[in-house]
Design a protein around this ligand. Structure first.
Ligand code: ADP
Ligand code: MG
Length: 278
């Protein structure tokens, strides 16, 4: 553990035992990520159109909308994964903690340690469980106790009890759900602030998916979670805020999850949520 990890986290959450108010009131929350007029193009094709959005610290924010509406693109802008797509062009601002992540002095590799990502298909490296989790730490030249950090990360990812006696066996030998939790442990190890998840349960069976959902709830106490899901029930179950993207890469409505699902402002959103299209 490094110095910064041992500093106590300030507890801002008001514990009322009431599920609805499990997290602090929205206006008491800090914005951790803010996009302004975000436009993204792949060559001539526009994938996001003027997306402005503020994401609250320690919230679980769900991104929903029909296939091709730009959810993955939005997620990848946040930690500059789109840099790797040659035809991709980003215009507008993406701020993380008040700093534009596209500024020249931002190191995208360091950014991705602070903003980790987990994909739809679990993608452990063909390495041992231990080395999968330690991967980012080693690249970073981490000087603390790596084994301790590996254990801690696996515990936070709710995987430790299942793998503690087989840390040297391959990550690829685990079940799909375990592999996904391993990927979450790998994202957690470098001590990120934000975890992005792109449909993290859609390749898993319902039991494995439900474990990941429970885990996301725990993770939100420590991290900010932004999750793309095509599963509306999942968004309703696990998120505090929901952003609805519709065709053309537009953010159509963004509000408390209960409001989006019970009383959306936009007819198009209601139609989408009730399954009239998409
Ligand atoms: N690597 C890419 N190259 C070219 N076009 C892409 C690429 N990735 C996504 N797109 C296009 O951008 C649009 C948004 O895609 P995406 O962000 O993947 O949507 P979603 O995740 O909501 O399904 C789609 O029209 C898609 O075809
Ligand atoms: Mg996608």
């Amino acid at each position: 553990m490094s110095e910064s990890d041992s500093s106590p986290k300030i507890q801002t959450t008001i514990e009322t035992g009431d599920e609805e108010s499990r997290h602090a009131p929205l206006n008491a929350r800090d914005t951790v990520i803010e996009t302004r007029d975000l436009d993204v193009y792949y060559g001539e094709e526009q994938a996001l159109d003027g997306v402005s959005m503020e994401i609250n610290e320690h919230d679980v924010t769900a991104l929903i909308g029909p296939s091709g509406c730009g959810k993955s693109t939005f997620l990848r802008c946040i930690n500059r994964m789109n840099d790797m797509i040659e035809v991709c062009r980003v215009e507008g601002d993406v701020e993380f903690g008040g700093k534009n992540v596209y500024d020249d002095d931002v190191d995208p590799v360091a950014l991705r340690r602070k903003i980790g990502i987990v994909f739809q298909k679990p993608n452990p490296f063909p390495k041992s469980i231990r080395d999968n989790v330690a991967y980012g730490l080693k690249i970073q030249g981490y000087e603390g106790d790596i084994d301790e950090r590996v254990e801690e990360s696996l515990k936070r990812a709710a995987l430790w009890d299942e793998v503690k006696d087989q840390l040297d066996s391959s990550g690829l030998d685990l079940s799909g759900g375990q592999q996904q939790r391993l990927c979450i442990a790998r994202a957690i190890a470098p001590d990120p602030e934000v975890i992005l998840m792109d449909e993290p349960t859609s390749a898993l069976d319902p039991v494995a998916a439900s474990k990941i959902e429970d885990l996301i709830d725990d993770l939100a106490e420590e991290y900010t979670v932004i999750i793309v899901t095509h599963n509306m029930q999942q968004a309703a179950r696990i998120s505090d805020r929901t952003a609805v993207f519709l065709t053309g890469g537009r953010l159509v409505e963004y509000d408390d999850t209960t409001k989006i699902f019970e009383d959306p402002e936009e007819q198009r959103v209601e139609d989408y949520i009730t399954g009239k299209f998409g």
